[in-house]
Design a binder for this molecule. Structure first.
Ligand SMILES: Nc1ncnc2c1ncn2[C@@H]1O[C@H](COP(=O)(O)OP(=O)(O)OP(=O)(O)O)[C@@H](O)[C@H]1O
Ligand SMILES: CC(C)(CO)[C@@H](O)C(=O)NCCC(=O)O
Length: 316
């Protein structure tokens, strides 16, 4: 009998933290003080050593992989004798709520932009494709936010089809964590970037359940390279609760915030409420719908305590 471990070893090359960090020596790019200050602006909790030791080699790997695809495009054009429109290279980033998908995506965006072969790197999150709050209410899905059925997959597939066709000025809907809802009449315009990073918990899902139209293509059919950010369940819950406490002091204090009523809670009450939301919504969603997609990724980033990278797994 072939064990799950054997299958994993056959599919992935595994790099422990130290091995991966050594690859930094083969990265020609360095970061200057301004670059580092910009990265600080993304999230002041990010360790800059982590950026240079872990994410810089990662940006080099992606730079090489994107380069290979660009080369293939040129070869194909030569064969076909025409020049098709510029089509963005699409990188997806999946993982649990609170694992750090958006932070990872923003670090990679900042680093990938530094490479002269692909200066224009755009980033969008699938949060904007959640149904508006009124629609979620209508469908009785308020307690299922983030579950597959809470996303307008038709809209998301339409969006990615336009991007992949090389269309100019494609609108992506925007989401606000303050109002907990889609922002009406406001869009992010995607205009033929070199790379588009698509971040969200559902990007590796195939929708092989009754809630989806089985004839519809999968999002992953449009994605060139997929990343899954992984960590242990206990750390994920801890990061979720910590972020909730942080929000209570920041975003929730805004009277427009959907969670404004939480801003007056004590620490103890907040921890209780965040734990309940985790145990009833985000934890089960991770278990049922997100974690099962992990081994479809081309690259798995495994984070340990303090968001430090433990291991990098790369599809052979
Ligand atoms: N590399 C990092 N170093 C330190 N803290 C981090 C790092 N990445 C993420 N965090 C922290 O972890 C929490 C979750 O991060 P982030 O908001 O990026 O997660 P997410 O996966 O995008 O979440 P969601 O799905 O809810 O949008 C935040 O409090 C963030 O500050
Ligand atoms: C918007 C999502 C679904 C994904 O980012 C998530 O942050 C969320 O709101 N989940 C629902 C439960 C909660 O409030 O955490």
């Amino acid at each position: 009998m072939t064990s799950a471990n054997q299958i994993h070893n056959a599919l992935y090359l595994a790099f422990q933290r130290v091995q991966w960090a050594e690859l930094r020596n083969s990265v020609p790019l360095t970061l200057n003080e301004t670059d580092l200050a910009n990265l600080r602006g993304i999230n002041e909790k990010i360790s800059l050593t982590e950026v240079t030791d872990i994410y810089l080699p990662l940006s080099r790997l992606l730079n090489l992989i994107v380069g290979a695809k660009q080369q293939r495009g040129l070869t194909l054009n030569q064969f076909l004798g025409h020049t098709p429109p510029k089509r963005p290279y699409i990188i997806s980033i999946a993982g649990s709520v609170a694992v750090g998908k958006s932070t990872t995506a923003r670090i990679l965006q900042a680093l990938l932009r530094q490479w002269p072969e692909h200066p224009q790197v755009d980033l969008i999150t699938t949060d904007g494709f959640l149904y508006p709050l009124s629609e979620l209410k209508r469908r009785g899905l308020l307690q299922r936010k983030g579950f597959p059925e809470s996303y307008d997959m038709k809209l998301l597939i339409e969006f990615i089809t336009q991007i992949k066709s090389g269309d100019a000025s494609v609108n992506a809907p925007l989401y606000s964590h303050i109002t907990y809802d889609r922002i009406p009449h406001q869009y992010q315009v995607i205009n033929q970037p070199d790379i588009l990073i698509l971040e969200g918990l559902n990007v590796l899902q195939t929708g092989q359940d009754s809630t989806f139209d089985t004839k519809r293509p999968f999002l992953s059919d449009f994605v060139d390279f997929s990343v899954y950010v992984d960590s242990s369940k206990s750390l994920l819950k801890q990061w979720y609760v910590e972020r909730f406490l942080q929000f209570r002091k920041g975003a929730f204090a805004n009277p427009k915030s959907y969670f404004h009523h939480y801003s007056h809670l004590s620490d103890e009450e907040s921890v209780q409420i965040a734990s309940n939301i985790w145990d009833s919504i985000n934890g089960p969603n991770l278990q049922l719908n997100i974690e099962p997609t992990r081994d479809r990724a081309h690259l798995i980033l495994q984070k340990g305590p303090d968001h430090l990278m433990d291991q990098v797994l790369l599809r052979k």
